[in-house]
Each structure stands twice: as structure tokens, then as C-alpha cells.
Design a protein around this ligand. Structure first.
Ligand SMILES: O=P(O)(O)O[C@@H]1C[C@H](O)[C@@H](CO)O1
Ligand SMILES: Nc1nc2[nH]cnc2c(=O)[nH]1
Length: 287
């Protein structure tokens, strides 16, 4: 029995079949664009694009800075599909809806998922504008029982109890580091642990201190559910956080973060991120 908010295999298949009937592209790589990072899709050649409102079964994005389009195209010889706008739990979507596109991508034949997000830094050494290569995540909603894999397991997508160690592929991280060196931007590049919180409010100072003590380098409101679902169905995952602000950890600090500032920094660094993602040699499996 499926609960009302659960989605069955046929629902994913219907959306995938519709997309396959509308485009000749057969993507192997999917890219999810974080807040203000939608221009990553601009690098795609021979584009076919679909507003989410035209795609059967697709959720709608409600957040400023997230255009609602799925863009197919070629990137450095790879066929890609790019989400210009993701879905967040705080928008009121169930986690199944939030991650709906990832399973659709699996049915399209996608093998690698690239996730990007805007995040606030806890690590003292990070600067606004840095790019953090995600080496692992803490899924706070997941630890509290809010998991997109809850409910009856669909074995066609993967096992009931998928392991989550080594989720972010070391090979792809190394490719990214090497590329950053050759682009001469290593000084802006970090490697760290991303933590998803539910949002939509930003952190209190006590929460920020807690996350810092837990070893979190950057905090945001997305990504982990998508990565969990992609991992369960056997995709390789690579993740990037753009550090849009430093999370306030001191009661003496009078600064505070807001979404407009997040979008502003995203705009400033989106070109570098676009170059990095578009130049990554995903097919190179060298570790
Ligand atoms: O979609 P992402 O994770 O990039 O969006 C972040 C988290 C919130 O949605 C928003 C806060 O400004 O940016
Ligand atoms: N939770 C959270 N999400 C963010 N997204 C961008 N910056 C932040 C932040 O400081 N905290």
C-alpha cells in the first residue's frame, strides 16, 4: 500500500518516458543547480529545455533564484540534463517530491549526479566566495527520521538499507582538485563536510556553534536527500558548495545573513563554478 504522498515506479516512468519522447538527448550526467547557480545550464550546447510546469508529474520550484526548467544538452562531449531550480523540503514538498527528478534521471540512463548548492561556512578558514568540494555530508533531517527512502522500498531502485560511506566519489573529487590547480583557482577551493538542516530560517548562534563543534564546514538546506536517493540507485555523486556567507557564531557579531546576499555571491562566483563543472572530465576514472 502506498501512502498518498508516496510515488510509485509508474509515476517516475511516465515522466521519464515523456521526456524521452520530447528530446533526442540521452543524458549520462545530471546537474542540480543550487540557489543563484542556474547559469551552469547556459554552458550546454544544442539545448532542449522544458519548464517544470510542462513536464508531467514534475514538482514546481517556488524559491527566488531558482528558474524552473530542465535543460538537456552537450557539455564537453557529454550529454547532460540540468535542473535550473531544485525542490526543498521547506517549500512544503515531501522528500519523495524533493527527490523525484533524481529517480527520473536514473530512468533516463543517468550515471553521474553533480549537485551544487549555496551554503554558509562554519569553518573559520573559509572565505565568502570559496568553493567547497563536498567530501561527506551530515543529513540532519535524515538522522531525525525524515528520509526520502522512508516507506515501502522499491527494489527496482535499490536496496532497503543502502550504505552511505564513501558517497562522494574520491575519483571525481581528485579530478576537480586537479582541474582547479590547472585553472589557477586552488586558493578559493576547500574540501569539507556539508550539513543539511531543514530551514527555511538561518541558524541561531547556538545552533551555529553546535554545528561547528560537530565538525560541519558548511551548512545549507538541500542536497542530502538528492544524494541519498542517487546513491541508493547506484549513481556516482560529486558535490560542490558555494560559500555565500559566514554563519554568525559570536554574540558580538552584528551581521546577519539573508537570501538576497546569498544570491548576490552566487552570481559573482557562478562563472568559475560553470567553468569547473563544464571542464570536468567525468569519464576519467583515475583515482
Ligand atoms: O538550493 P540551495 O541549497 O543552493 O539553496 C540555499 C539554501 C536555501 O534554499 C537558500 C538560502 O539562501 O540557499
Ligand atoms: N542553513 C543555511 N543555509 C544557507 N544557504 C546559504 N547560506 C546558508 C546558511 O548560512 N545557512
Amino acid at each position: 500500500m502506498h501512502r498518498k504522498d508516496q510515488i510509485c515506479h509508474d509515476d517516475y516512468q511516465k515522466t521519464a518516458s515523456w521526456l524521452l519522447s520530447q528530446t533526442q538527448h540521452r543524458p549520462k550526467v545530471a546537474i542540480i543547480c543550487g540557489s543563484g547557480l542556474g547559469m551552469l545550464a547556459d554552458a550546454l550546447k544544442c539545448q532542449d529545455s522544458f519548464p517544470y510546469s510542462d513536464i508531467p508529474g514534475f514538482p514546481q520550484s517556488t524559491v527566488q533564484g531558482h528558474a524552473s526548467r530542465l535543460v538537456f544538452g552537450e557539455l564537453k562531449g557529454k550529454t547532460c540534463v540540468c535542473m535550473q531550480g531544485r525542490f526543498h523540503m521547506y517549500e512544503g514538498h515531501s522528500l519523495c517530491k524533493t527527490t523525484f527528478p533524481v529517480r527520473v534521471f536514473k530512468l533516463l540512463g543517468v550515471e553521474t549526479l553533480i549537485v551544487t548548492n549555496a551554503a554558509g561556512s562554519l569553518a573559520d578558514s573559509y572565505q565568502v566566495g570559496d568553493i567547497m568540494i563536498i567530501k561527506d555530508h551530515i543529513n540532519f533531517p535524515g538522522l531525525a527520521g525524515l528520509n526520502p527512502l522512508n516507506g515501502p522500498n522499491d527494489d527496482k531502485f535499490g536496496p532497503r538499507f543502502p550504505p552511505m560511506s564513501g558517497v562522494y566519489g574520491k575519483d571525481l573529487q581528485k579530478i576537480a582538485f586537479d582541474l582547479c590547480k590547472s585553472m589557477d583557482v586552488s586558493q578559493f577551493v576547500q574540501e569539507g563536510v556539508y550539513c543539511m538542516v531543514g530551514g527555511p530560517n538561518f541558524e541561531t548562534i547556538a545552533e551555529a556553534r553546535l554545528l561547528h563543534r560537530l565538525g560541519v564546514d558548511a551548512v545549507g538546506m538541500s542536497t542530502a536527500p538528492e544524494v541519498v536517493v542517487a546513491t541508493q540507485c547506484g549513481m556516482r555523486v560529486f558535490g560542490l558548495s558555494l560559500i555565500t556567507n559566514k554563519v554568525v557564531k559570536s554574540y558580538d557579531d552584528t551581521e546577519s545573513v539573508n537570501h538576497e546576499a546569498v544570491l548576490e555571491v552566487s552570481k559573482l562566483r557562478s562563472q568559475m563554478l560553470q567553468t569547473l563543472v563544464s571542464q570536468m572530465d567525468i569519464n576519467n576514472n583515475a583515482v
